[in-house]
Design a protein around this ligand. Structure first.
Ligand code: G3H
Ligand code: 13P
Ligand code: ZN
Length: 362
Protein backbone atom coordinates (compact mmCIF):
# COMPACT_ATOMS: atom_id res chain seq x y z
CA UNK A 1 0.00 0.00 0.00
CA UNK A 2 1.35 3.40 -0.95
CA UNK A 3 1.00 5.91 1.91
CA UNK A 4 2.14 9.49 2.30
CA UNK A 5 5.69 10.11 3.43
CA UNK A 6 4.25 12.34 6.11
CA UNK A 7 2.30 9.44 7.64
CA UNK A 8 5.47 7.38 7.94
CA UNK A 9 7.41 10.31 9.37
CA UNK A 10 4.81 10.98 12.05
CA UNK A 11 5.06 7.40 13.29
CA UNK A 12 8.84 7.12 13.10
CA UNK A 13 9.99 10.55 14.28
CA UNK A 14 12.37 10.34 17.24
CA UNK A 15 12.03 6.57 17.48
CA UNK A 16 13.49 4.95 14.37
CA UNK A 17 14.52 5.85 10.82
CA UNK A 18 12.85 4.85 7.58
CA UNK A 19 15.17 3.46 4.90
CA UNK A 20 14.86 5.36 1.62
CA UNK A 21 16.21 3.10 -1.11
CA UNK A 22 16.87 4.15 -4.71
CA UNK A 23 15.56 1.83 -7.39
CA UNK A 24 16.20 1.66 -11.12
CA UNK A 25 14.83 -1.67 -12.29
CA UNK A 26 12.62 -4.70 -11.60
CA UNK A 27 15.29 -6.79 -9.84
CA UNK A 28 16.02 -4.06 -7.30
CA UNK A 29 12.30 -3.55 -6.75
CA UNK A 30 11.70 -7.27 -6.12
CA UNK A 31 14.62 -7.47 -3.69
CA UNK A 32 13.49 -4.31 -1.90
CA UNK A 33 9.94 -5.53 -1.31
CA UNK A 34 11.11 -9.01 -0.29
CA UNK A 35 13.67 -7.60 2.16
CA UNK A 36 11.22 -5.15 3.70
CA UNK A 37 8.59 -7.82 4.20
CA UNK A 38 11.11 -10.32 5.59
CA UNK A 39 12.13 -7.67 8.14
CA UNK A 40 8.57 -6.33 8.58
CA UNK A 41 9.63 -2.76 7.85
CA UNK A 42 7.93 0.24 6.26
CA UNK A 43 10.10 1.91 3.61
CA UNK A 44 10.46 4.69 1.08
CA UNK A 45 11.20 3.96 -2.56
CA UNK A 46 13.11 6.79 -4.08
CA UNK A 47 13.54 7.57 -7.72
CA UNK A 48 16.25 9.89 -9.01
CA UNK A 49 16.15 11.91 -12.21
CA UNK A 50 18.73 9.47 -13.59
CA UNK A 51 16.50 6.52 -12.76
CA UNK A 52 13.57 8.17 -14.53
CA UNK A 53 15.74 8.54 -17.64
CA UNK A 54 17.39 5.08 -17.45
CA UNK A 55 14.42 3.29 -18.95
CA UNK A 56 11.42 5.58 -18.78
CA UNK A 57 9.59 7.14 -15.82
CA UNK A 58 6.46 5.19 -16.83
CA UNK A 59 8.36 1.91 -16.67
CA UNK A 60 9.38 2.55 -13.04
CA UNK A 61 5.85 3.52 -12.08
CA UNK A 62 4.50 0.34 -13.69
CA UNK A 63 7.11 -1.81 -11.90
CA UNK A 64 6.23 -0.27 -8.54
CA UNK A 65 2.49 -0.63 -9.10
CA UNK A 66 3.04 -4.29 -10.04
CA UNK A 67 5.14 -4.85 -6.89
CA UNK A 68 2.35 -3.30 -4.82
CA UNK A 69 0.02 -6.01 -6.16
CA UNK A 70 2.53 -8.84 -5.77
CA UNK A 71 3.27 -7.79 -2.14
CA UNK A 72 -0.04 -6.41 -0.80
CA UNK A 73 1.17 -6.33 2.83
CA UNK A 74 3.99 -3.87 2.05
CA UNK A 75 3.56 -0.28 3.33
CA UNK A 76 5.69 2.31 1.57
CA UNK A 77 5.92 5.82 0.16
CA UNK A 78 7.23 6.87 -3.27
CA UNK A 79 9.62 9.82 -3.35
CA UNK A 80 11.49 11.87 -5.97
CA UNK A 81 15.18 12.01 -5.00
CA UNK A 82 17.20 15.19 -5.76
CA UNK A 83 14.64 16.85 -8.00
CA UNK A 84 15.01 20.12 -9.86
CA UNK A 85 11.99 22.42 -10.08
CA UNK A 86 10.74 21.05 -13.40
CA UNK A 87 10.98 17.40 -12.32
CA UNK A 88 9.26 18.18 -9.02
CA UNK A 89 6.30 19.65 -10.91
CA UNK A 90 6.15 16.64 -13.22
CA UNK A 91 6.05 14.28 -10.21
CA UNK A 92 3.51 16.40 -8.31
CA UNK A 93 1.23 16.51 -11.36
CA UNK A 94 1.62 12.76 -12.02
CA UNK A 95 -0.37 11.86 -8.89
CA UNK A 96 1.96 8.91 -8.29
CA UNK A 97 4.49 10.37 -5.86
CA UNK A 98 3.98 10.66 -2.09
CA UNK A 99 6.66 13.34 -1.76
CA UNK A 100 9.32 15.17 -3.72
CA UNK A 101 12.75 16.50 -2.90
CA UNK A 102 13.65 19.89 -4.30
CA UNK A 103 17.40 20.19 -4.23
CA UNK A 104 18.42 23.81 -4.70
CA UNK A 105 21.16 23.58 -2.08
CA UNK A 106 23.80 24.59 -4.63
CA UNK A 107 22.06 27.97 -5.03
CA UNK A 108 22.63 30.95 -2.70
CA UNK A 109 20.36 30.90 0.41
CA UNK A 110 17.75 33.38 -0.89
CA UNK A 111 17.39 31.57 -4.19
CA UNK A 112 17.17 28.20 -2.43
CA UNK A 113 14.36 29.65 -0.29
CA UNK A 114 12.48 31.09 -3.29
CA UNK A 115 12.68 27.91 -5.41
CA UNK A 116 11.75 25.67 -2.48
CA UNK A 117 8.80 27.91 -1.56
CA UNK A 118 7.41 27.67 -5.11
CA UNK A 119 7.64 23.86 -5.06
CA UNK A 120 6.11 23.66 -1.57
CA UNK A 121 3.11 25.77 -2.63
CA UNK A 122 2.46 23.59 -5.66
CA UNK A 123 3.00 20.30 -3.75
CA UNK A 124 0.91 21.21 -0.72
CA UNK A 125 -1.99 22.16 -2.97
CA UNK A 126 -2.07 18.48 -3.91
CA UNK A 127 -1.35 17.06 -0.44
CA UNK A 128 2.22 16.07 -1.33
CA UNK A 129 5.05 16.77 1.09
CA UNK A 130 8.40 18.31 0.26
CA UNK A 131 11.95 17.58 1.36
CA UNK A 132 14.39 20.43 0.82
CA UNK A 133 18.15 20.66 1.31
CA UNK A 134 20.22 23.21 3.16
CA UNK A 135 24.00 22.93 3.39
CA UNK A 136 26.16 21.11 0.90
CA UNK A 137 27.12 17.45 0.95
CA UNK A 138 30.38 16.40 -0.70
CA UNK A 139 30.58 13.73 -3.40
CA UNK A 140 28.84 13.10 -6.69
CA UNK A 141 25.13 13.23 -7.34
CA UNK A 142 24.06 12.88 -10.92
CA UNK A 143 25.49 15.84 -12.89
CA UNK A 144 26.68 17.80 -9.85
CA UNK A 145 30.03 17.12 -8.22
CA UNK A 146 30.90 18.88 -4.97
CA UNK A 147 34.52 18.60 -3.88
CA UNK A 148 35.34 18.33 -0.18
CA UNK A 149 36.49 21.95 0.05
CA UNK A 150 33.06 23.23 -1.01
CA UNK A 151 30.97 20.89 1.14
CA UNK A 152 29.56 22.68 4.18
CA UNK A 153 27.57 21.53 7.18
CA UNK A 154 24.06 22.86 7.74
CA UNK A 155 23.93 25.90 10.00
CA UNK A 156 21.21 25.20 12.65
CA UNK A 157 20.18 28.88 12.83
CA UNK A 158 19.78 29.04 9.07
CA UNK A 159 17.79 25.80 9.25
CA UNK A 160 15.15 27.49 11.45
CA UNK A 161 14.78 30.39 9.02
CA UNK A 162 14.81 28.07 6.00
CA UNK A 163 12.07 25.78 7.31
CA UNK A 164 9.96 28.71 8.46
CA UNK A 165 10.21 30.63 5.18
CA UNK A 166 9.87 27.68 2.81
CA UNK A 167 7.27 25.64 4.69
CA UNK A 168 9.13 22.46 3.69
CA UNK A 169 8.08 19.29 5.53
CA UNK A 170 11.47 17.71 6.07
CA UNK A 171 15.04 18.98 5.93
CA UNK A 172 17.93 17.29 4.16
CA UNK A 173 20.83 18.45 6.28
CA UNK A 174 24.55 18.21 5.69
CA UNK A 175 25.78 16.43 8.83
CA UNK A 176 29.09 15.02 7.69
CA UNK A 177 28.13 12.49 5.02
CA UNK A 178 28.60 12.59 1.26
CA UNK A 179 27.29 10.62 -1.71
CA UNK A 180 29.09 7.65 -3.23
CA UNK A 181 31.67 5.16 -1.99
CA UNK A 182 34.42 7.49 -0.81
CA UNK A 183 32.94 9.44 2.07
CA UNK A 184 35.56 9.91 4.70
CA UNK A 185 39.25 10.59 4.99
CA UNK A 186 40.15 10.14 8.66
CA UNK A 187 37.01 11.49 10.36
CA UNK A 188 34.39 8.75 10.38
CA UNK A 189 31.54 9.88 12.56
CA UNK A 190 28.36 11.80 11.94
CA UNK A 191 28.31 15.32 13.34
CA UNK A 192 25.95 14.54 16.22
CA UNK A 193 26.42 18.03 17.65
CA UNK A 194 24.96 19.52 14.46
CA UNK A 195 22.06 17.02 14.39
CA UNK A 196 21.33 17.74 18.04
CA UNK A 197 21.41 21.51 17.49
CA UNK A 198 19.11 21.27 14.46
CA UNK A 199 16.62 19.08 16.31
CA UNK A 200 16.54 21.46 19.28
CA UNK A 201 15.87 24.41 16.95
CA UNK A 202 13.20 22.74 14.83
CA UNK A 203 11.72 19.95 16.97
CA UNK A 204 9.25 17.87 15.04
CA UNK A 205 10.73 18.55 11.60
CA UNK A 206 12.13 15.27 10.27
CA UNK A 207 15.80 15.48 9.32
CA UNK A 208 16.92 13.55 6.23
CA UNK A 209 20.37 12.03 5.99
CA UNK A 210 21.71 11.69 2.45
CA UNK A 211 24.86 9.75 1.67
CA UNK A 212 24.12 7.11 4.29
CA UNK A 213 25.70 4.04 2.68
CA UNK A 214 28.15 2.18 4.88
CA UNK A 215 30.35 0.83 2.04
CA UNK A 216 31.17 -2.49 3.75
CA UNK A 217 34.87 -3.39 3.50
CA UNK A 218 33.97 -7.03 2.80
CA UNK A 219 31.83 -6.00 -0.18
CA UNK A 220 34.69 -3.92 -1.60
CA UNK A 221 37.15 -6.77 -1.02
CA UNK A 222 34.93 -9.31 -2.82
CA UNK A 223 34.34 -6.97 -5.77
CA UNK A 224 38.08 -6.43 -6.15
CA UNK A 225 38.79 -10.17 -5.75
CA UNK A 226 36.42 -10.75 -8.68
CA UNK A 227 38.16 -8.27 -11.00
CA UNK A 228 36.88 -4.91 -9.70
CA UNK A 229 39.17 -1.96 -9.17
CA UNK A 230 37.56 -0.05 -6.31
CA UNK A 231 39.91 1.94 -4.10
CA UNK A 232 40.22 -0.22 -0.95
CA UNK A 233 40.16 2.95 1.15
CA UNK A 234 36.46 3.35 0.18
CA UNK A 235 34.60 4.08 3.38
CA UNK A 236 31.07 4.94 4.51
CA UNK A 237 28.86 5.73 7.49
CA UNK A 238 29.04 3.53 10.57
CA UNK A 239 25.71 1.64 10.53
CA UNK A 240 25.62 1.68 14.33
CA UNK A 241 25.17 5.45 14.15
CA UNK A 242 21.84 5.25 12.26
CA UNK A 243 19.75 4.60 15.36
CA UNK A 244 21.33 7.21 17.66
CA UNK A 245 20.81 9.70 14.82
CA UNK A 246 17.18 8.57 14.47
CA UNK A 247 16.58 9.32 18.15
CA UNK A 248 17.68 12.90 17.38
CA UNK A 249 15.16 13.32 14.57
CA UNK A 250 16.93 11.78 11.57
CA UNK A 251 13.81 10.10 10.19
CA UNK A 252 14.78 9.27 6.58
CA UNK A 253 18.09 7.61 5.74
CA UNK A 254 19.04 7.52 2.03
CA UNK A 255 20.89 4.47 0.78
CA UNK A 256 21.87 3.82 -2.82
CA UNK A 257 25.60 3.09 -3.17
CA UNK A 258 25.52 0.01 -0.89
CA UNK A 259 22.87 -1.57 -3.13
CA UNK A 260 25.03 -0.93 -6.19
CA UNK A 261 27.91 -2.69 -4.44
CA UNK A 262 25.70 -5.74 -3.85
CA UNK A 263 24.79 -5.77 -7.56
CA UNK A 264 28.43 -5.44 -8.63
CA UNK A 265 29.65 -8.16 -6.25
CA UNK A 266 26.97 -10.66 -7.31
CA UNK A 267 27.48 -10.15 -11.04
CA UNK A 268 31.29 -10.02 -10.96
CA UNK A 269 31.50 -13.20 -8.87
CA UNK A 270 28.89 -14.99 -11.00
CA UNK A 271 30.59 -14.34 -14.34
CA UNK A 272 34.06 -14.94 -12.88
CA UNK A 273 32.94 -18.39 -11.67
CA UNK A 274 30.88 -19.21 -14.78
CA UNK A 275 32.72 -17.57 -17.67
CA UNK A 276 30.78 -19.49 -20.32
CA UNK A 277 27.39 -18.30 -18.97
CA UNK A 278 25.46 -15.59 -20.83
CA UNK A 279 21.94 -15.86 -19.45
CA UNK A 280 21.40 -12.85 -17.18
CA UNK A 281 18.57 -14.46 -15.22
CA UNK A 282 20.63 -16.77 -12.96
CA UNK A 283 22.73 -13.88 -11.55
CA UNK A 284 19.59 -11.74 -11.53
CA UNK A 285 17.91 -14.26 -9.24
CA UNK A 286 20.93 -14.36 -6.93
CA UNK A 287 20.94 -10.57 -6.86
CA UNK A 288 17.27 -10.36 -5.84
CA UNK A 289 17.92 -12.67 -2.88
CA UNK A 290 21.16 -10.95 -1.87
CA UNK A 291 19.57 -7.52 -2.19
CA UNK A 292 16.64 -8.66 -0.02
CA UNK A 293 19.09 -9.84 2.67
CA UNK A 294 20.96 -6.56 2.48
CA UNK A 295 17.73 -4.53 2.84
CA UNK A 296 16.57 -6.60 5.84
CA UNK A 297 19.96 -6.07 7.50
CA UNK A 298 19.80 -2.30 6.92
CA UNK A 299 16.28 -2.10 8.32
CA UNK A 300 17.57 -3.84 11.45
CA UNK A 301 20.20 -1.14 11.86
CA UNK A 302 17.68 1.67 11.20
CA UNK A 303 15.25 0.35 13.79
CA UNK A 304 12.48 0.10 11.15
CA UNK A 305 12.56 -3.72 11.21
CA UNK A 306 9.53 -5.09 13.07
CA UNK A 307 7.64 -1.78 12.84
CA UNK A 308 5.15 -2.84 10.15
CA UNK A 309 2.42 -3.88 12.64
CA UNK A 310 2.91 -0.60 14.53
CA UNK A 311 2.57 1.36 11.29
CA UNK A 312 -0.50 -0.61 10.26
CA UNK A 313 -2.14 0.06 13.63
CA UNK A 314 -1.30 3.76 13.56
CA UNK A 315 -2.64 4.13 10.02
CA UNK A 316 -5.91 2.53 11.01
CA UNK A 317 -6.27 4.91 13.97
CA UNK A 318 -4.69 8.22 12.96
CA UNK A 319 -6.34 10.08 15.85
CA UNK A 320 -4.31 8.15 18.41
CA UNK A 321 -1.12 8.73 16.51
CA UNK A 322 -1.68 12.49 16.36
CA UNK A 323 -2.18 12.63 20.12
CA UNK A 324 0.98 10.66 20.83
CA UNK A 325 2.95 12.87 18.49
CA UNK A 326 1.63 16.05 20.10
CA UNK A 327 2.68 14.74 23.48
CA UNK A 328 6.08 13.73 22.20
CA UNK A 329 6.73 17.16 20.69
CA UNK A 330 5.62 18.90 23.84
CA UNK A 331 8.04 16.80 25.89
CA UNK A 332 10.86 17.45 23.44
CA UNK A 333 10.40 21.20 23.62
CA UNK A 334 10.49 21.30 27.44
CA UNK A 335 6.71 21.17 28.15
CA UNK A 336 6.03 24.86 27.42
CA UNK A 337 2.78 26.52 28.53
CA UNK A 338 0.72 27.99 25.72
CA UNK A 339 -2.29 27.89 23.47
CA UNK A 340 -2.13 24.08 23.08
CA UNK A 341 -1.32 23.16 26.69
CA UNK A 342 -4.76 21.66 27.18
CA UNK A 343 -4.37 19.44 24.12
CA UNK A 344 -0.94 18.34 25.27
CA UNK A 345 -2.17 17.47 28.73
CA UNK A 346 -4.86 15.34 27.15
CA UNK A 347 -2.22 13.71 24.98
CA UNK A 348 -0.08 13.04 28.04
CA UNK A 349 -3.00 11.37 29.80
CA UNK A 350 -3.62 9.31 26.69
CA UNK A 351 0.08 8.41 26.46
CA UNK A 352 0.14 7.34 30.12
CA UNK A 353 -2.92 5.13 29.74
CA UNK A 354 -1.39 3.53 26.59
CA UNK A 355 1.84 2.87 28.50
CA UNK A 356 -0.11 1.47 31.48
CA UNK A 357 -1.99 -0.89 29.17
CA UNK A 358 1.28 -1.98 27.58
CA UNK A 359 2.91 -2.71 30.94
CA UNK A 360 -0.16 -4.66 32.16
CA UNK A 361 0.12 -6.81 29.05
CA UNK A 362 3.75 -7.42 30.01
O1 G3H B 1 22.15 10.92 -4.59
C1 G3H B 1 22.13 10.31 -5.65
C2 G3H B 1 21.57 8.93 -5.68
O2 G3H B 1 22.53 8.00 -5.28
C3 G3H B 1 21.00 8.65 -7.04
O3 G3H B 1 22.02 8.41 -7.96
O4 G3H B 1 21.42 10.05 -9.72
O5 G3H B 1 22.99 8.15 -10.21
O6 G3H B 1 20.54 7.72 -9.87
P1 G3H B 1 21.72 8.60 -9.54
P1 13P C 1 24.75 6.95 -0.84
O1 13P C 1 25.57 7.33 -2.03
O2 13P C 1 25.55 7.02 0.42
O3 13P C 1 24.09 5.63 -0.99
O4 13P C 1 23.59 8.04 -0.70
C1 13P C 1 22.43 7.97 -1.49
C2 13P C 1 21.61 9.20 -1.42
O5 13P C 1 21.82 10.09 -0.63
C3 13P C 1 20.48 9.30 -2.34
O6 13P C 1 19.81 10.52 -2.23
ZN1 ZN D 1 21.18 12.14 -1.86
Amino acid sequence: MIVTTDQLFKIAYGKFAIGAYNINNAEQTMGLFKGCLASQAPFIIQISKGARKYTDKRMLEAIIRAAEQIFPEAIFAVHLDHGDEETCYDCIDSGFYSSVMIDASHEPFEQNVAITRRVVDRAHAKGISVEAELGMLGGVEEDIKVDEGHACLTNPDEAVEFVKRTGCDSLAAAIGTSHGAYKFKGQQSLHFNVIDAIQKKIPGTPIVMHGSSSVPKEEVRRINAAGGKLDPSACGVNENEYLPAAKLGVTKVNIDTDGRLVWTRVHREFFRDKPSEFDFRPPGKIFIEEYAKFIAHKNGKLGSAGQLPVVRAALSNPQEDTKLRAYYLWEQSGRPEGRDTELWLQAEAHYRSTKDKESCQG
